[in-house]
Design a protein around this ligand. Sequence first.
Ligand code: 48H
Length: 261
Amino acid sequence: MSLDEIVISRAIIDRFARKFSQGLDVDVAVVGAGPSGLLAACYLARGKARVALFERKLSVGGGMWGGGMLFNEIVIQEKAKRILDEFGVTTEKFQDGYYTADSVETVSTLCASACRAGAKIFNGMSVEDLMVRQDAVAGLVINWTAVEMANLHVDPLAVRARYVVDATGHPAEVVQVLERKNGIKFGTPKGSFQGERSLWAEEAERSTLENTGEIYPGLYVAGMAVNATFGGYRMGPIFGGMLFSGEKVARMILERLGQTV
Ligand code: 48H
């Protein structure tokens, strides 16, 4: 058999069209494939939710690849070790209470786990807006990142989702769009976007988990986007809070869907 370039091209188009079509109408749309988004997508898919994950960059993993200051090791606190153990990521004790993991092994394992659980991951796509219906978030407005970068005037496509998770990290882009374009008040103490504060690891890890949840009907926030939304501190390169936040948001949504992890 000789290779036919058109068959190769058609295979990609057909398979992508099938996957993309499935991703357009889902139970949960996760925005951002950093550690919190990847973990949320994985647990949601394991719980039998239909999940699509949209990531602006070509690579998934967000800020985890670089560990701390490009030293590609992450630190987790002892209580977060059970999550990495569950996925088979190698961890090593540094001293009492502190464990390390290779950031490349961690990202690639979480990504593979999410895909194998059934989450559909769309990289190179940016979420530029939301669908809002009767005072609830009803989905996303997406476009190719290449279109965004080239500043081309190309209309986007829409994704319907029962629940949206903002896991966009420091900028909390989805939350900010909701506030900017719709002038609404949402579930922070002041009812508005607060912006992230300086470094305090202990307090940041605590408040990330505490504030992970639904801030407006249909919109959940997870990971670093939680701190930005609620005015929480940053925690630096310790990742337990990101893992716990992804796990918590998945559990909350699965409960709403009547499913369990
Ligand atoms: C599609 C988007 C969009 C968009 C952004 O930053 P992340 O790694 O997010 P988290 O919250 O899972 O993890 C945060 C962690 O990496 C970190 O930065 C920590 C712990 N910092 C502590 C500190 O003190 O600095 O990933 C977010 C992802 C990225 O890959 C973005 O490209 C993506 O979201 N993203 N994708 N559409 N509009 N906005």
